[in-house]
Design a protein. Structure first.
Length: 260
């Protein structure tokens, strides 16, 4: 039975853990060492229990504490200086214990950026953040998962009105190599819901250009316009930038279980 939690999800730091009873994986290790270790402690996890660390890309909000995890088995789509790791390649699966991980190349302004499909033969989770768009060719690969962690980074109007951002930075965020907007996330959720998927967690919300209630409202309204009822047909939750989110368990009958 897979169990997972988001330790942090946002522009100031990102980290996620998932276990299935025989393996424990961390995805990314941004934010601070003290914060990460305190989050693991809250979840009853010792750092020494980790079987592997997966890296999505080399921006600091994803690898700030990588040297504190350098002794663990590590997988990355990009070379990281002085860190021993195995390179991963899009759509080529690899295994950590009983978990099979399939990387997916994402469109982001980093040397390489990867999302991950994680499964154990019975259950599947998709983790996609830091991408300017969702590649439609991936839909057959990610359809049928039990849970999705999906980026809902920004509200485009808030980005455009942000007087502290240069035009170049605005274009970067809004572009095809930037981040998914709330609207883009809602469209992706609707497309996957149409394939029978029910459980989504909105992640990587911008501190400057988004609000949790706005991200949630955008997806809820989009679904309702198409006759999909949140809380009945589709279940939505939020990841947080600065605290451990809900801890989830994928049950044998694929029911939504929050065990925090």
């Amino acid at each position: 039975m897979m169990e997972f939690a988001l330790l942090a999800s946002g522009s100031k730091g990102n980290s996620f853990v998932i276990r299935d009873g025989t393996g424990l994986i961390m995805i990314d290790c941004g934010t601070t060492k003290k914060y990460l270790l305190s989050c693991l402690d809250k979840l009853g996890i010792s750092r020494d229990e980790l079987d592997a660390v997966l890296i999505t890309h080399d921006h600091s909000d994803h690898i700030a504490q990588i040297r504190h995890f350098a002794g663990f088995e590590m997988y990355s789509p990009v070379d990281i200086a002085d860190i021993c790791h195995a390179n991963v390649f899009s759509r080529i699966p690899f295994s950590v214990g009983s978990l099979t991980i399939t990387p997916l190349a994402l469109s982001h302004d980093a040397r390489n950026t990867s999302g991950y499909i994680i499964g154990n033969g019975q259950e599947k989770l998709v983790y996609i953040t830091d991408t300017g768009y969702v590649n439609e060719s991936y839909l057959p690969l990610i359809a049928g998962a039990d849970y999705y962690v999906m980026e809902s980074n920004h509200d485009p109007a808030m980005v455009q009105c942000n007087e502290h951002y240069t035009r170049a930075l605005k274009d970067r965020i809004l572009g095809r190599r930037g981040h998914l907007s709330n609207q883009d996330c809602a469209d992706a959720i609707l497309a996957l819901a149409d394939k029978g998927v029910r459980y989504f967690i909105l992640g990587h919300l911008s501190h400057e250009n988004n609000r949790p209630e706005l991200a949630m409202q955008t997806s809820v309204c989009r679904l309702e316009l198409e006759g999909v009822e949140p809380g009945k047909d589709v279940f939505l939750d939020l990841a947080w930038r600065d605290r451990v989110g809900n801890r989830y368990r994928i049950s044998a009958d694929h029911a939504w279980q929050c065990v925090s």
